[in-house]
Write a protein that binds this ligand. Structure first.
Ligand code: HEC
Length: 114
């Protein structure tokens, strides 16, 4: 038992998607996780509608699987964005899933084009 391969972890994350509490996701979006991950709102906008000045895209209404895939990308070896690398690596898998479910629950109408 020396750890699951990464693909297994990603699958486990997807399977957790239905169960993770949306309220925890809202808390992370609004307040971050203590000193580790900054509040998503601080860069992506109060309604996660995006903030062109910070080049932070709209997140509201993105499918949970997309959010999870992007977070895994930013935290992984190909992660190209320093801001999102710091955020993504600070979130554990249940936190990522909760955030992804919350984002997916938001109305897309809150998003505006960049
Ligand atoms: C310090 C600013 C900052 C914070 C805080 C932040 N982000 Fe981001 N985020 C960005 C930027 C900038 C990008 C665009 C990076 C790029 O060029 O790929 C981005 C991109 C993303 C993307 C990819 C969107 C897409 O359409 O490809 C997701 C998903 C995302 N962030 C989720 C989050 C979540 C969830 C949180 C909170 C836990 C968060 N971000 C907090 C700045 C931030």
């Amino acid at each position: 038992m020396t750890g699951m391969p990464l693909t297994g972890l990603a699958l486990a994350g997807l399977m957790l998607t239905a169960a993770a509490p949306v309220s925890q996701g809202m808390d992370i979006v609004e307040h971050g996780t203590g000193s580790e991950a900054s509040a998503c709102m601080s860069c992506h906008g109060a309604k996660l509608e995006g903030n062109p000045a910070l080049k932070a895209p709209a997140l509201a209404g993105l499918p949970a699987a997309t959010v999870l895939a992007r977070l895994a990308h930013y935290a992984g070896p190909d992660g190209h964005n320093a801001a999102m690398r710091a955020v993504a690596t600070a979130l554990n898998q249940p936190e990522r899933t909760a955030v992804a479910n919350y984002i997916a629950s938001l109305p897309k109408a809150a998003a505006r084009p960049q």
